[in-house]
Design a protein around this ligand. Structure first.
Ligand SMILES: C[S@@+](CC[C@H](N)C(=O)[O-])C[C@H]1O[C@@H](n2cnc3c(N)ncnc32)[C@H](O)[C@@H]1O
Length: 480
C-alpha cells in the first residue's frame, strides 16, 4: 500500500497528534504505521489520494514541515549492516549491505526519472535520523551515508547518459561537526525542487528501518512568517506562534470543508489565531477585553486579506470582532452558534525570575482559574453539540523546580465537556525499542498531555474538549 512520509516539526509529539487528528476524519482516514521524532509514516485508506489533496492538507497542518511519497524501504538490520558505525570490523557485511542499498537507489532512479539521456538533474538529499542527537546520525548517516548517496546520484546518472547531475552541497563545517540540518522547507521553492528532474529525496530512519521518499509538498514558511512579522498590529512581546495557531485549528477536525464553518477566539489579542483561521478559509470571529486589541485585530485581518488578494468586507470586520469581557460573550451570539472555538486565554505575567510556588498558586486561584472557568462555561453555551474547543493553558515552572498547571480537565468535565486525549497511543504502533535518547520516549503510561517547552518563559499545555452530542440535560430528560 502506498505510504507517505510526514516530516515533523520540532514539537514532534504535537505534530503526531495533529496528523492523527486528520487521520481520524472521513476525508483523510488512515493511520500512522511507524514514526520517529522526525517522521510519521502515514497510510491513507484512500489509496488514490491525489497530490492536490495532500497539498491541501499541508496548508492546514501547523506542526508538519514536509510531506513526501514513500518510494522504498530497507529494514534496520540490512541498513545498519551497510552503514555501521564501526566499518573497519564489519567489512564483509558492509560490502553485501551496500550492494543492496545500491540496487534500491538504482530502482529509485528509474521510478523518479523516466528519461535520463542528455537530461540535467539536481538532487537534494535530506536525511532524517530517528533523533538528531542519536550518535548514529553523526557517526554514520552524516559521516558516510550522505556522502554515499551524493556520489551515487552524481556518478550513476552520468553513467546512464545524463548531461549533468548536481547535488545540493551542505556547508562543510556542518558536515564535519555532525550538526547537519536537512534542507529547510523553503528551499523546496528556492531550488525549484518541484520541477521535473529536480528533487528533494528523503531518507527517514526509524527503529524499523530506512524509508526512502521524495518530497511532494512543504510548509509555506515564508508566507506564514510574512503574515506574522509584517502585520501592522504587534502589541505583545509574546503572541501564539503561527504554527501553534494552525495546529489548534487542526484539532477542531473541521477541515477540509471549512467554508461557512464559524470559529471563534474570545481572547484574540492581536488576532493571530483568527488571521490563520481566515487564511484557511473559515468564517472567523474574535473578541477581547481590550478595545485597542480589537482595533489591532481588525487591522491584522485586513492585512491578511490583502496578502491573500481577497479583500474582506468592512461589515464583517466591524461585526465579527468586538470588545467583551469573557463573562458576557454569550450576549453577542445565539446559543450553539459556533463550529469551533480556539483560543490562547491569559497566560501569566512574564518575568525574568522563576516565580515562587506559593505566590503563583494564589495568583492562579484568584485570577487565572476563574477566567478559565468562565471561558469553559461560555464555550459550552456557544458551541454546537459534537463540536470542539481547542486551547492552550499555561504550565508554570516555579523557583523550587515544580511545574504547576491548571485543573482544566476537572473544570471542563463539571461543565459537561468531554476531554479528548490529544495523541491516543492506541492509534500508534507499539514500539518495543531501547532508545538511547530519553526525549524520544512515547510510553503509553507516561504520555498524558502535550506541552510546548521550547520557550523558556512560556510553557503552553494543549487541550482539546468536545461538547457531547447529547448534553447531560437532554440525557436526564430521557430518564423521565
Ligand atoms: C495571551 S493573550 C492572547 C494573545 C493572542 N493569542 C495573540 O496571538 O495575539 C490573552 C488575551 O486575553 C485578553 N483578556 C484578558 N482577560 C480577559 C477577559 N476577562 N475577557 C476577555 N479577554 C481577556 C487580554 O487582553 C489578551 O489580549
Amino acid at each position: 500500500m502506498k505510504k507517505h512520509l510526514f516530516i515533523l516539526g520540532k514539537n514532534w509529539r504535537l505534530a503526531l497528534a495533529e496528523i492523527d487528528s486528520y487521520l481520524q476524519t472521513r476525508d483523510y482516514a488512515g493511520r500512522i504505521t511507524d514514526y520517529s521524532s522526525n517522521v510519521a509514516i502515514v497510510e491513507f485508506e484512500n489509496e488514490k489520494m491525489s497530490i492536490k489533496q495532500i497539498g491541501n492538507l499541508m496548508v492546514f497542518l501547523g506542526s508538519v514541515q514536509k510531506i513526501g511519497e514513500m518510494i522504498d524501504f530497507i529494514d534496520s538490520e540490512t541498513f545498519t549492516d551497510a552503514f555501521p558505525i564501526d566499518i573497519e570490523n564489519n567489512r564483509a557485511k558492509v560490502f553485501s549491505g551496500r550492494r543492496y542499498v545500491d540496487n534500491t537507489l538504482k530502482d529509485m532512479v528509474y521510478e523518479l526519472f523516466p528519461k535520463i539521456k542528455n537530461e540535467k538533474f539536481f538532487v537534494a538529499n535530506s536525511i532524517y535520523p530517528a533523533a538528531f542527537n542519536d550518535p548514529y546520525y553523526k557517526k554514520s548517516l552524516v559521516a558516510y551515508f550522505l556522502h554515499y548517496v551524493n556520489k551515487f546520484f552524481n556518478t550513476y546518472l552520468k553513467e546512464q547518459g545524463a548531461k549533468q547531475a548536481i547535488y545540493y552541497r551542505y556547508p562543510q563545517k556542518n558536515i564535519e561537526s555532525g550538526k547537519l540540518n536537512p534542507i529547510f522547507p523553503h528551499h523546496f521553492f528556492t531550488y525549484k525542487l518541484y520541477e521535473p528532474n529536480r528533487v528533494e529525496l528523503l531518507y527517514c530512519m526509524t527503529s524499523e528501518g530506512m524509508y526512502f521518499g521524495k518530497t511532494i509538498t512543504v510548509a509555506d514558511s515564508n508566507f506564514q512568517k510574512e503574515m506574522d512579522e509584517e502585520r501592522p498590529f504587534k502589541e505583545f512581546k509574546f503572541t501564539i506562534p503561527p504554527k501553534f495557531a494552525k495546529t489548534l485549528i487542526s484539532f477542531l477536525q473541521l477541515a477540509p470543508s471549512v467554508r461557512n464553518k464559524k470559529i471563534y477566539d474570545p481572547f484574540c489579542g492581536s488576532g493571530t489565531i483568527i488571521q490563520f483561521g481566515h487564511m484557511l478559509g473559515y468564517s472567523v470571529y474574535g473578541s477581547d477585553i481590550e478595545k485597542n486589541y480589537i482595533e489591532g485585530t481588525r487591522k491584522n485581518i485586513e492585512f491578511t486579506a490583502q496578502l491573500l488578494e481577497e479583500p474582506i468586507p468592512q461589515k464583517i470586520l466591524k461585526e465579527n470582532f468586538f470588545q467583551s469581557d469573557i463573562t458576557d460573550v454569550h450576549e453577542h451570539f445565539s446559543p450553539e452558534f459556533f463550529d469551533g472555538i480556539v483560543s490562547e486565554p491569559i497566560l501569566i505575567p512574564i518575568s525574568d525570575e522563576l516565580p515562587d510556588t506559593e505566590k503563583i498558586d494564589d495568583y492562579l486561584d484568584s485570577t487565572v482559574i476563574p477566567i478559565y472557568k468562565k471561558f469553559l462555561e461560555q464555550a459550552y453555551l456557544l458551541l454546537k453539540p459534537g463540536r470542539k474547543l481547542a486551547f492552550v493553558s499555561p504550565l508554570i515552572k516555579t523557583s523550587d523546580n515544580r511545574r504547576l498547571n491548571l485543573p482544566i480537565n476537572r473544570m471542563a468535565e463539571k461543565i459537561g465537556f468531554k476531554s479528548i486525549q490529544l495523541l491516543s497511543t492506541d492509534h500508534l504502533p507499539e514500539k518495543a525499542i531501547e532508545i538511547e535518547n530519553p526525549s524520544f520516549e512515547l510510553h503509553r503510561s507516561k504520555f498524558k498531555s502535550i506541552f510546548d517547552g521550547s520557550s523558556k518563559k512560556i510553557l503552553r499545555e494543549f487541550f482539546l474538549l468536545v461538547k457531547p452530542k447529547t448534553g447531560t440535560k437532554s440525557k436526564s430528560k430521557k430518564k423521565y
